[in-house]
Design a protein around this ligand. Structure first.
Ligand code: ATP
Ligand code: MG
Length: 584
């Protein structure tokens, strides 16, 4: 039997006005509904209602991790610097790592993630292939000194993450764990009521399709995605890009006077051709400071991650540096580049035999510049940011765009950490080999905020049944009289006895205040008990998600709720199953 939440004593200070610095729904509503409070920039306290939701999400995550064989542990947040020196990340991680010294001047950090700690944990005790695979996880606080903490729980400096790490003997075994984890991550999103896409993501230096991000769809999301009806989806940071440049034909290369033309739009406008028929030039340098001239179709942008993969350390030139190389901003091109320049172009331009491009002279451009005879290209690569409308790499149809919140990510690490930190096991032949590792993170507090982003309206939050702070709020319209309040208490107790989580708004407040707070907090169901209804033997049930209301006979209530309770397993987290049928 669960205890009834009493609004008269519950610590849930609601706010009538929107907090000044909260610009997106989840941040605003979680503050207003009395679920979280800001302690410092990017640091939050969970109040009872927020903490109940957090605990429910944690339980869902825990159940799904256990279901795929994860074993829960708890590592310290405080991590010795030595371990980070071993992996090389003490230097690589940069200012996001919260560093501190103890009184003996020993270096520590507050963990932003736990690869080092867990690799050190198992390296002397997980010894044989017979003990593998082994997956350990924790649900714990993480610290990242984000350059711009914002959007409340979505990008904070202290947050809760579920992080799991798998130790596998072979790549096949890692793939198996990775697939199991990916499935579990989808189920976690489903159970939390999140609409999401698993997307191809940037795998950094490791390469290959070894990481997937789970993106909760939201207009306010920081990530841009493309997706296709065939099931393909990618983060635009990572997605393969297949531009379709068009050819503007000219009999021969011709130098045109293009006064004042600097941008692609100006050039296309001047010539009366689509931007896809022009070629965009970017001047950069590699890590050694050597000039790199990059060309992409005029209607596409250069992808910073892809160019860095092709040219490690790539940086765009400043205006001064361009001048020093004798280059002209706004009219750069592949014909007559300075000696020694490395010329890199998007692979789609290989199919464009003649280019419309800058002439390396202010106010002049070429049309019909012939690839192969007028200029050459040293290397071709996938260089552009994929955009809506581009061809799907899997099926060729036009991709659609969306925005998302990265709620979780799975990653095949390989032996990066085990090798650096000397974590090996004896394989079947008795050879000592480094573990093959995977890591898998769910942003628990970010998931909570993403749920609110997807489930709210102008009145407040609309919690999915599965993670709501309680399932139903009983609202006596008057308090202190001898019929309404006792009846409301009786109904609340009855529902609690049936296994529902119940709140009762037993505050001596006007009905309007109670209704507004109930909508703001977002209980999935409200049960309004008033004098007039009771005279007819009824109470009013309101479905928060649709606002629909219905009078229910008191003596049918138990039946209805016990039926719903029996079917709770089948209740969709976003809806409330059988309750909805009440209103059909
Ligand atoms: P981002 O790109 O958004 O900064 P990340 O890719 O660096 O995130 P991971 O290292 O993959 O994050 O961490 C796993 C999960 O932890 C993320 O998918 C996200 O849900 C959560 N997370 C990461 N950073 C934050 C943060 N600053 N605030 C809240 N949750 C976070
Ligand atoms: Mg990530």
């Amino acid at each position: 039997m669960t205890d009834i939440l009493r609004m008269s004593t519950l610590y849930a200070p609601t706010l009538k006005e929107d907090p000044a610095d909260a610009d997106i729904a989840s941040h605003r509503l979680l503050l207003r509904a009395g679920m979280i409070r800001k302690t410092a920039s990017g640091v939050y306290t969970f109040l009872p209602l927020g903490y109940r939701v957090l605990s429910k999400i944690e339980s869902i995550v825990r159940e799904e991790m256990n279901a795929v064989g994860g074993q829960e542990i708890m590592m310290p947040a405080l991590q010795p610097a030595e371990l980070w020196h071993e992996s090389g990340r003490w230097d690589d991680y940069g200012p996001e790592l919260m560093r501190l010294n103890d009184r003996h001047d020993h270096g520590f950090c507050l963990g932003p993630t736990h690869e080092e700690l867990i690799t050190a944990l198992i390296r002397n005790e997980l010894r044989s292939y017979k003990q593998l695979p082994c997956t350990l996880y924790q649900i714990q606080v993480k610290f990242r000194d984000e350059i711009r903490p914002r959007f409340g729980l979505l990008r904070s400096r202290e947050f809760i993450m579920k992080d799991a790490y798998s130790f596998n003997a072979t790549q096949e075994s890692l793939q198996q764990t990775y697939d199991d984890m990916s499935r579990a991550y989808g189920i976690i999103c489903d159970r939390c009521g999140l609409a999401y896409y698993p997307v191809e993501a940037d795998s950094g230096q490791i390469g290959g399709k070894v990481t997937t991000e789970f993106m909760a769809l939201a207009e306010t999301g920081e990530a841009e995605l493309v997706h296709c009806a065939c099931g393909y989806a990618a983060n635009t940071e990572a997605g393969e890009c297949l531009p379709a440049p068009t050819v503007h034909e000219a009999a021969a290369m011709e130098k045109l006077h293009t006064p004042g033309v600097r941008t692609i739009e100006e050039l296309a406008g001047f010539l009366g051709i689509p931007t896809s028929s022009t070629v965009k030039a970017l001047a950069g340098k590699n890590a050694e400071g050597k000039l790199v001239a990059v060309f992409v179709p005029g209607d596409h942008e250069l992808n910073e991650i892809k160019i860095d993969r092709e040219v490690p350390g790539f940086e765009l030139l400043t205006d001064d540096e361009m001048q020093a190389f004798g280059l002209h901003k706004g009219s750069m091109g592949p014909v007559g580049l300075p000696e020694g320049a490395f010329v890199l172009a998007d692979r789609s331009l290989r199919e464009v035999p003649q280019w419309v491009v800058g002439a390396n002279e202010d106010d002049y451009h070429y049309v019909g510049a012939r690839l192969g005879s007028d200029f050459t290209v040293d290397a071709w690569a996938d260089l552009c940011v994929v955009a809506p409308g581009d061809a799907c790499p899997d099926c060729g149809k036009a991709l659609e765009g969306a925005r998302g919140i990265e709620v979780s990510q799975v990653f095949q690490l390989g032996d990066k950490y085990s090798r650096a930190m000397g974590a090996t096991f004896a394989d079947e032949e008795g050879n000592e080999v480094p573990f093959i590792m995977g890591c898998y993170g769910v942003g628990v507090t970010r998931t909570l905020a993403a749920v609110v982003e997807q489930h709210n309206d102008e009145h407040g939050i609309m919690w999915p049944f599965s993670v709501a702070p309680a399932h139903v709020c009983v609202i006596p319209l008057t308090v202190g009289d001898d019929t309404v309040q006792p009846e409301a208490e009786r109904v609340a107790r009855e529902l609690a006895n049936l296994g529902f989580e119940v709140a009762i708004d037993d505050r001596d407040e006007r009905a309007g205040v109670k209704f507004a707070d109930a909508d703001l907090i977002g209980w999935p169901l409200q049960l309004v008990v008033g004098k007039r209804g009771l005279a007819n033997g009824t109470v009013e049930v309101k479905l928060r998600r649709t606002g629909q209301k219905k009078e229910i006979a008191l003596d049918a209530l138990t039946d209805l709720f016990s039926f719903a309770h029996r079917h709770k397993g089948n209740v969709s987290p976003a809806g409330i199953g059988r309750f909805s049928s009440l209103f059909e």
